[in-house]
Design a protein around this ligand. Structure first.
Ligand code: ZN
Length: 223
């Protein structure tokens, strides 16, 4: 599961930080949209992996399950997860800069041979005509308050928290795991290598999430 910030070094010769930034968008929205359209087109070729599917099964057998993600690719929902808290937004949302109307365009992109936004110019709001932006959190922007609040509520009330595939260096992943731990949750870290969280975690499982999670979930499921 690639993270938003790991999206890959350069875009049209400039660091990705420049296009994933409010100032970059103000300067050249068409360029920023070309970047996100290219990412959307790539995502059309991606399918949820075994880790995504395992989390769907976990949600089905644990009604209080919440999924907090920093991924913007929408793959958790596509796999079938329902209670998804997206801390960095979702790349498939078009958000109006003026009237704040929000449209989820994934189905439209999947249905159309040539997506409307692919024309190379920025899309505009059907309601008010203002410029639309992708519904993701950019560098220098705050995380959505609603999602943060929901995530905080979930970690404070959970019995078990799985921290999967994150460096646990960057806020808020690190802070959320700490809060869960302080509130008495059993924190299980699943990652390719140890992180700053590892020492504080109750269990650390080193390896691929796509291999560990299906095994773990199998044990949580009713026989
Ligand atoms: Zn509008």
């Amino acid at each position: 599961m690639s993270t938003f910030r790991g999206a890959g070094g350069l875009w049209e010769g400039s660091p990705v930080q420049e296009v994933a930034h409010p100032e970059g968008f103000a300067r050249d929205p068409d360029r920023v949209w070309r970047f996100y359209n290219a990412r959307r087109l790539n995502l059309l070729k991606c399918d949820p992996n075994p880790a995504h599917h395992a989390l769907v099964r976990l949600e089905r057998c644990r009604p209080r399950f919440s999924l907090i993600t920093q991924n913007v690719d929408g793959l958790h929902r596509r796999a079938g997860s329902r209670k998804v808290i997206e801390l960095h937004g979702n790349i498939w949302l078009n958000v109006c800069m003026q009237c704040a109307s929000v449209e989820h365009v994934e189905a439209r992109w999947r249905a159309s041979v040539r997506p409307p936004e692919e024309s190379g110019t920025s899309p505009h709001c059907g309601a008010c005509g203002a410029l639309l932006r992708p519904g993701v959190v950019w560098f220098g922007e705050h995380l959505p308050a609603d999602a943060l609040k929901e995530a905080d509520r979930a970690v404070r009330s959970c019995d078990v928290m799985l921290v999967i595939g994150t460096s646990s260096v960057v806020y808020p992943a690190a802070a959320l795991a700490q809060v869960a731990s302080e509130c008495g949750a059993f924190v299980i870290e699943i990652n390719l290598e140890r992180t700053p969280l590892s020492a504080a975690a109750d269990a650390v499982l080193i390896g691929k999430a796509g291999e560990i999670l299906p095994e773990l979930v199998k044990r949580a499921e009713p026989a």
